[in-house]
Design a binder for this molecule. Structure first.
Ligand SMILES: [Zn+2]
Ligand SMILES: [Zn+2]
Length: 366
């Protein structure tokens, strides 16, 4: 049982793409999902903000969760304010396609199914609010899909173990005494202090952690100063660090603190480090991934050899902390240059969602 209602999938993709909305503002998207669920006879769902979750009780022992994220990204074009530049309309369409198949074949279900449409993945927060509302209660296994330009259109990629990195954002405030840029010794030089801090963190990443363990630190923002000849009182840095292992997380965290202390002392400035705890890494269960690969082979779904971890973060990680799970990449690449995720030109061809619908339907029913 693996038919795909292609016309419906195309309609869902188009409609959800047109309804692109910001994180926690997915009102029209949510309305569409509810309409579609109702049309499938699924009326017993709960809401949490704009999120929706419900259960198809097949009277089975195990419950399997299938999750899609709902939010879009700022596009700032003349035509539209928001656009699905991370392809979340495709993730929703995939889950709707699976639900469409299994609601027509309830007698073939091997598991109870918990469907989860989650808001606000991009700002990290949607998964946690949904979990607090109970979306993971009683869930034994959980799956999510996401499109990627790194994999060929029409195929899936499955990675066992760490798949997407743990992510934490931070802010560093370096404060001193403003002075004439030509007389640095009359005050403090917060600019040079900040630059040294940025560069020393890149050294920390290569020298203090085991080089075979992935880890990354990037500064995306440096703010300070008003004129070429004034050393500013404050420089603010913002950035993010990524890891797959709590040991690496701790190494980076400690390095950030000890270097800041050393810089305070050397430059006569004060430093403040604020770390916003983000997401843990997405860890895909080895056995579940093996099962999905075998099933893909049996169902003639092409499995890409792509097996690279991503340093991107995903709040699906909070769900895989509560139940065994796997992340299914669906390829969009048609060869040549592919705009990356979040790029203004990132698009998802209709065929990208078919393998995910087929694979999850097979997993739940075969
Ligand atoms: Zn994204
Ligand atoms: Zn995304």
């Amino acid at each position: 049982m693996e038919t795909i209602n292609i016309r419906q999938a195309q309609l869902d993709l188009k409609e959800l793409f047109e309804r692109a909305e910001p994180s926690f503002g997915e009102y029209r998207t949510s309305e569409y999902i509810k309409e579609r669920l109702n049309a499938m006879g699924l009326t017993d769902w709960k809401t949490c903000n704009t999120g929706i979750f419900g259960t198809i009780d097949a009277g089975k022992e195990k419950t399997v969760g299938i999750r899609a994220d709902m939010d879009a990204l700022p596009a700032n074009t003349e035509k539209t304010e928001y656009m699905h530049l991370c392809g979340h309309h495709a993730n929703m369409t995939t889950i709707l396609g699976v639900l469409e198949n299994i609601t027509k074949n309830r007698d073939k279900l091997k598991y109870n199914v918990r469907y989860i449409f989650q808001p606000a993945e991009e700002v990290i927060g949607g998964a946690v609010t949904m979990i607090e509302a109970g979306c993971m209660e009683g869930v034994d296994e959980v799956f999510a899909t996401h499109t990627t330009p790194d994999v060929a259109l029409g195929s899936v990629a499955l990675i066992a173990g760490g798949c997407m990195a743990g992510s934490n954002h931070f802010e560093v405030r370096i404060k001193g005494k403003s002075t004439h840029a030509a007389m640095p010794s009359s005050g403090t030089d917060t600019v040079t202090a900040a630059c040294e801090y940025v560069m020393s963190m890149q050294t920390a990443i290569t020298r203090l952690k085991n080089p075979v363990d992935p880890g990354l630190i990037s500064f995306g923002m440096i703010n300070g100063g008003t004129a070429a000849n004034i050393l500013p009182e404050t420089v603010v840095l913002q950035g993010t660090f990524r890891h797959f292992d709590p040991v690496v997380k701790e190494v980076i965290h400690n390095a950030m603190q000890t270097r800041l202390k050393a810089i305070e002392e050397f430059y006569g400035v004060t430093g403040e480090l604020i770390i916003h705890d983000g997401t843990p890494p997405v860890i895909c269960d080895k056995d579940l991934v093996a099962k999905l690969i075998n099933l893909s082979n049996a169902k003639d779904i092409t499995v890409s050899r792509y097996d690279r971890k991503s340093m991107g973060g995903e709040d699906f990680a909070f769900m895989t902390e509560l139940a065994k799970g796997a992340f299914i990449w669906q390829g969009v690449s048609t060869g040549g240059y592919q705009p990356p995720l979040h790029n203004k030109d990132y698009r998802v061809p209709d065929e990208a969602v078919y393998p995910g619908i087929k694979l999850l339907t097979a997993y739940l029913t075969d």
